[in-house]
Design a protein around this ligand. Structure first.
Ligand code: ATP
Length: 431
């Protein structure tokens, strides 16, 4: 299927015949009798071409051209001019029309102009995409990795949103990058020089939430003029949800464009369904539902797994000044076969372990996967493991040095190494 073509002409026979010609060539044709009607059907992402007659009742072609170019000044608009009406054609070109067709025109000429216009549009959109990608790669803060179409669309959407004060709801499973996206929006906002304030709703009782709202020196007030990230908003107790909705409606902290606070909320569960099950406050949902972004689980974008994994390997290796290990075919297959319930967080943890353990990784942890919701104890275990293996590697397995660096008694170090299945011999030749 070729790109869409919008054709505007008030005369039905002309519309039908030109529509047919283009359809026969496989274009997706949308026909309009009035320019005003057509105006509301495209935006600056429109991937096709617009053809408009000049003389029409209501909004004429020239006015339409001006309005269309306000939506996107690189839209290819082809104008149909009357026979010999060169001055109008010149005016249209001056205003920014892509080309003009003088009636009557041959089918061949029409198709040639439309094809060139489509090619140009494709190039324009491709260049914009590349520019956005480049900007996102060189911008501050963590990079949002992934070449999967859903991730590209997400980055595009974030670029559209970054300068607005509009509230955003991020929905997605654990570890899909909700917090990272919130930080990205903050780092690219007009309030990037301030700190993003986070309220972890899962940790708050109704009473604690009330205290935060009332504390003049607390987080709630510090968020004025910055971004307020409400993590796991679905886990806020119902009474606190209602209190939050009321406060947002009445206080100076308002999640609307132009106001001072940018409200970003996250939820692992679908808030709309929770509202239907009466497990989430309707008023609060109405406030945060301005813009909902869904972060896809990793298992639905398997083409990104290896790319993101290799990236984590490179960054971890350079952080610890270790040579990045090469992945075996078997390891790559295992990465693809796993379902990644902990999503990108799980992938990152695994990459870090692979870099720190080197060759031992497969023997000790044959792509053993973390639990999707690590408990505090599991996180501490992981952290301890990372510290120990890093120290062992740097000291080439010399326990005395590791002991003194980590301030551990000999027996404690032995016990901990045993618990983590670490052997000093494996670190002797470490780089
Ligand atoms: N697309 C991505 N590119 C690079 N890093 C990512 C991506 N998605 C997630 N991460 C990384 O994965 C880890 C988990 O991400 P994050 O904390 O943002 O997830 P989350 O959805 O907020 O998780 P939770 O709901 O459990 O709090 C972070 O280290 C983050 O930087």
């Amino acid at each position: 299927m070729k790109p869409p073509v919008i054709f505007i002409d008030d005369e039905k026979p002309v519309r039908d015949s030109l529509g047919q010609t283009l359809e026969l060539e496989d274009y997706q044709v949308q026909l309009f009798a009035s320019a005003r009607q057509a105006l509301s059907t495209f935006d600056n992402q429109f991937p096709g071409v617009i053809i408009s007659d000049i003389n029409m009742p209501g909004m004429d072609g020239m006015t339409f051209l001006k309005q269309a170019l306000l939506i996107d000044d690189e839209l290819p608009v082809i104008m149909l001019t009357g026979h010999g009406d060169i001055s109008t054609a010149v005016d249209a070109m001056r205003l920014g029309a892509y080309d003009f067709l003088e009636k009557p025109f041959s089918t061949e000429h029409l198709l040639d102009v439309v094809k060139r216009a489509c090619d140009k549009r494709e190039l324009v959109l491709e260049n914009r995409e590349l520019k956005r990608e480049l900007e996102s790669q060189s911008s501050p803060g963590p990079r949002i990795l992934g070449n999967n179409l859903a991730m590209k669309q997400l980055r595009r959407r974030l670029y559209q949103l970054k300068d607005h004060g509009q509230s955003v709801l991020l929905q997605g499973e654990t570890g899909t990058g909700k917090r990272m996206v919130a930080q990205f929006l903050h780092d690219h906002s007009p309030y990037q020089h301030l700190q993003m304030i986070t309220l972890k709703c899962q940790d708050l009782t109704e009473h604690q939430f009330e205290e935060i709202l009332n504390d003049q020196d607390g987080k709630w007030h510090a968020a004025t003029g910055s971004t307020l990230y409400l993590e796991n908003i679905d886990q806020l107790p119902m009474a606190a949800q209602q209190r939050l909705a009321m406060t947002l409606q009445t206080q100076s902290i308002q999640p609307h464009p132009g106001d001072q606070v940018r409200l970003i909320a996250s939820s692992e569960r679908n808030l709309e369904s929770l509202v239907q099950q009466q497990q989430f406050d309707t008023e609060l949902f109405a406030i945060v539902q301005d813009c909902i972004l869904t972060l896809p689980p990793l298992r639905t974008r398997r083409d990104d797994i290896e790319l993101i994994f290799q990236n984590f390997i490179r960054t971890t290796a350079s952080r610890y000044n270790i040579e990045a290990p090469m992945l075996s075919t078997e390891q790559k297959e295992k990465l693809q076969d796993h379902d990644w319930p902990g999503n990108v967080r799980e992938l990152r943890n695994l990459a870090e372990r692979l870099v720190l353990l080197g060759d031992q990784f497969d023997k000790q942890h044959p792509l053993k996967i973390d639990s999707p919701h690590p408990t505090l104890a599991e996180k501490v275990h992981q952290f301890e493991f990372t510290l120990l293996s890093d120290a062992l590697r740097r000291h080439h397995g010399r326990l005395k040095d590791v002991q003194s660096e980590l301030g551990l008694a000999r027996k404690t170090l032995y016990d901990k190494m045993k618990k983590h299945g670490l052997d000093k011999q494996d670190f002797k030749d470490a780089l």
